[in-house]
Design a protein around this ligand. Structure first.
Ligand code: CAO
Length: 415
């Protein structure tokens, strides 16, 4: 069966996490992704957080599946010529260098246009145009600058970053969408274009509801679904909401049986309005179904702390999975707090290809997260990440270089 992006060639100049997650997705959809790395070293993540000496780290292997690796010194005059040939042959150049690095290599937008007017040039940068545009940025900087950290955590604690890599992998996703959109537009215009996904913008896009709340706060001075209501105070900016969820359907994380020793014996419990009567019955508080202090969502908002404490008395008598089973029977929205160990061992995730076991020549077998986006006509097969420079000769031959020319370029240090 063919793949959605069959025939699309990507010149992959990405490194670390944000860019590689983007090109990995495109590779899973069938694009031929040619990753350009520096000879001898390669993507810095190959050697970061290694768990086996001299073997590509999980950090690298889990972000670079289904790609080919070529090593080119892009600052070497003859290396630049190879790169020019690649630019002429590819559809998309993806990069996430520090600002200005591509220009310093001599590959400005104008130069790339000269070489290939159909080329789409897609970049991740930390910030868009503005006071910080020249800054280097990593994941947590983006989380802080995009509004996630100031709104995450508890009211009485410092700002907190989240384990979900919304700055890196989140921006990679945004960039991938920009690229396929530009490819689609090119089918009509015949022209390439630049695609920019700034990490601050990507994080802010994911924090959209918090900008909503900023404006609500400015208008009303209070947000009744936040844990600060009714006892705490609100300041000028959206506060950290702990584990609270939306206004109509308040939620919180509650202890389950075993919480004293298991750090993940918890459940997320949502007091969804349509099932309020069922919740009252399950936890043995039938009288709350008709008591005017509890019967309506508005009446419950100032009492959420007390209500969740009562529900927790019930959840603490069950394991998170027992509670799930009972609550799901009544369509009460809830979710167990799953540890990474539990997720890694979950058979249903293996079955759907969301967790995949991959074999690697020097590492052996390891687990990875497969393609989270499933296309019915473009199934994903996850193949291992390339060794450094594994495909240099193959790609050079495709560009028309003879074995003698390849060998001369190698001797010159260009590849
Ligand atoms: N041959 C020769 N030189 C190469 C090369 C190759 N194949 N590949 C890269 N280089 C050079 C670049 O040209 C650059 O040189 P100059 O500084 O002389 O122009 C140099 O390697 C380093 O590139 P860099 O500045 O991008 O790398 P860094 O490790 O210093 O910074 C990072 C890393 C991530 C902070 C920076 O790339 C960045 O801000 N990127 C944009 C935002 C981003 O994607 N951040 C997320 C990273 S994931 O957490």
């Amino acid at each position: 069966m063919g793949k959605a992006l069959d025939g699309v060639r990507i010149l992959d100049f990405t490194h670390v996490q944000s860019g590689p997650t983007c090109t990995q997705l495109l590779a899973w959809f069938g694009a031929d992704v040619i990753k350009v790395e520096r000879a001898g070293a390669g993507d810095i993540t190959r050697e970061q957080l290694r768990d086996i000496p001299d073997v590509d780290s999980l950090y690298f292997t889990m972000l670079n599946h289904n790609k080919r690796s070529v090593t080119i010194d892009t600052k070497h005059p003859e290396g630049k010529q190879v790169l020019e040939a690649l630019i002429q042959k590819c559809d998309v150049l993806v990069e996430n260098f520090a600002p200005g690095a591509l220009d310093r290599m001599g590959f400005t937008w104008e130069r790339i246009q000269e070489l290939n007017p159909r080329m789409i040039v897609a970049s991740v940068k930390g910030f868009g145009p503005g006071p910080y545009e020249d800054c280097k940025v990593y994941e947590n900087v983006a989380q802080c600058a995009g509004g996630a950290a100031s709104t995450t955590g508890f009211d009485d604690g410092p700002p907190v970053v989240t384990g979900a890599q919304i700055g890196d992998s989140g921006t990679g996703l945004h960039l991938a969408l920009g690229i396929v959109t530009a490819l689609y537009q090119r089918t009509q215009t015949g022209r390439g274009q630049r695609v920019l996904a700034a990490m601050q913008d990507g994080v802010l896009n994911l924090c959209r509801v918090k900008l909503r709340d900023q404006q609500r706060l400015e208008r009303t001075g209070v947000m009744k679904e936040y844990p600060q209501y009714p006892n705490g105070t609100f300041g000028e900016a959206v506060p950290r909401a702990g584990n609270a969820s939306g206004g109509g359907q308040p939620g919180w994380i509650l202890k389950c049986k075993g919480w004293e020793t298991d750090p993940n014996a918890y459940i997320y419990f949502i007091t969804q309005a349509p099932v309020w009567v069922k919740i009252c019955n399950v936890i043995g508080k039938e009288e709350w179904a008709t008591d005017p202090d509890y019967a309506t969502p508005a009446a419950r908002l100032p009492r959420l702390k007390e209500i969740f404490a009562e529900i927790e008395r019930w959840t603490m008598t069950k394991t998170k999975f027992e509670a799930m089973q009972i609550l799901n029977k009544y369509d009460i929205p809830c979710g167990p707090i799953l540890s990474m160990k539990e997720i890694a061992e979950e058979p249903s995730l293996r079955k759907t290809g969301t967790i995949v076991e991959v074999d690697h020549p020097t590492r052996g077998k390891y687990l990875t997260v497969g393609n989270p986006i499933k296309l019915s006509d473009s199934p994903t097969e996850v193949t291992r990440s390339p060794l450094l420079g594994e495909h240099t000769d193959e790609v050079m031959a495709e560009l028309g270089y003879s074995p003698e020319q390849i060998s001369a370029l190698r001797t010159a240090g260009a590849i």
